[in-house]
Design a protein around this ligand. Structure first.
Ligand code: PEP
Ligand code: MN
Length: 350
């Protein structure tokens, strides 16, 4: 992908309300965040799960965004989901656009938006799709890039949660890391507001985003969070935004001190060694699985016995617990090991 640089400083900060509610609200927030932020955000058309929810004030808010531009000097960004939204934003001189999670999932929408953006030199931020499908996220970025949009960035806003969780959307940090590996020079911004779902967790999520070296943050900020017409629980005040930014610790991606470099290398060598030992153990395990498969084959036994699987899971989780290892992590690893063990057996028994 041909990506043109749009982010000059790190962390790049986009702040502003979930929804633009009134001219007063938008200008009040914009004035209070202008020193700390690079870009002012406000949703104009809101994609809501239920039709009864507040769906944004619509086109009129584009005028308020223009006022934010002229009064504060901030760049402004809003969400587009159709070619019509794009055209209205371009006419209004909106500086940047973002594509929401519910739009990234649909290649028809992305194609329509891409075509409306042909020949236009404007930065576009693509949020991850609701479900953790890397292909859709990458596909949307590629589709826009093919239409000539070079000023691209991704926004990591978390993924639909299948399990009970502290987060509204599962961060799945491995996804932005994977995206970074796929498109090396693509800026990735974290949206801690939609990951957290509640104000109290935003600082923690933002810190993790900085620790894995993401390029910036998009944080929903409201003058009166508890009265917000959308996403009230996760919005924070401009003052809270300042506090979070002051508390964040920025670490270096590169070690400059030679002495520390040697020390780190030493630890990395130990990790390499342990990882190879894990692979050897997996291979030993696989050999035993093959013996078991041959035994089951001879004795006409089914491959999968549910009681045995429950027993494995229980005992592995309990040893993890004894060692104070995350037992959920250990359970997930063994689910994978077990999945491949079944595959090995089906190959032998066929
Ligand atoms: C938003 O940013 O307000 C929004 C609707 O986000 P998402 O598409 O991530 O749900
Ligand atoms: Mn929101």
């Amino acid at each position: 992908m041909k990506i043109e640089k749009i982010i000059a400083k790190k962390p790049y900060l986009i702040a502003g309300p979930c929804s633009g509610e009134s001219e007063f609200q938008m200008l009040k927030i914009a004035h209070e965040i202008k020193e700390t932020s690079d870009v002012f955000r406000a949703g104009v058309w809101k994609p809501r799960t239920s039709p009864g929810s507040f769906e944004g004030v619509g086109e009129i808010a584009l005028k308020w965004l223009q006022k934010v531009q002229s009064e504060t000097g901030l760049k402004v960004i809003t969400e587009v989901a159709t070619a019509n939204h794009v055209n209205l934003c371009l006419e209004a001189g909106i500086d940047m656009l973002w594509i929401g999670a519910r739009t990234t999932v649909n290649p028809f929408y992305i194609q329509e938006i891409s075509e409306a953006l042909k020949g236009v030199d404007i930065p576009v931020f693509v949020k991850n799709p609701i479900h953790p499908e890397m292909g859709l996220w990458l596909g949307a970025l590629e589709r826009l890039n093919k239409a000539g949009v070079n000023k691209l960035a991704a926004i990591h806003r978390g993924f639909y949660n299948y399990k009970e969780s502290a987060f509204r959307n599962d961060p799945k940090w491995e996804m932005p890391i994977k995206l970074r590996k796929e498109v090396r020079n693509l800026p990735i911004i974290c949206d801690p507001s939609h990951i957290a779902g509640k104000a109290s967790l935003i600082e923690d999520v933002s810190q993790t985003a900085m620790d894995i070296n993401l390029d910036g943050l998009m944080i929903e900020t409201h003058n009166n969070p508890s009265k917000a017409l959308s996403d009230a629980q996760q919005q924070i005040s401009p003052k809270e935004l300042k506090n979070i930014l002051n508390n964040l610790i920025f670490r270096d991606a590169k070690l400059r001190d030679e002495a520390f470099k040697d020390e780190l290398l030493e630890f990395r060598n130990q990790i390499d060694l342990l990882d190879h030992q894990i692979i050897e153990l997996l291979n030993d395990r696989k050999k035993i699985v093959e013996i078991i498969a041959n035994f089951k084959n001879k004795n006409k036994l089914t491959i999968f016995q549910i009681e045995r699987w429950f027993e494995i899971l229980k005992s592995r989780k309990s040893s993890a617990h004894t060692l104070k290892l995350d037992s959920q992590m250990v359970a997930e690893i063994f689910e994978l090991i077990h999945k491949y063990s079944i595959l090995t057996q089906t190959k032998i028994m066929r």
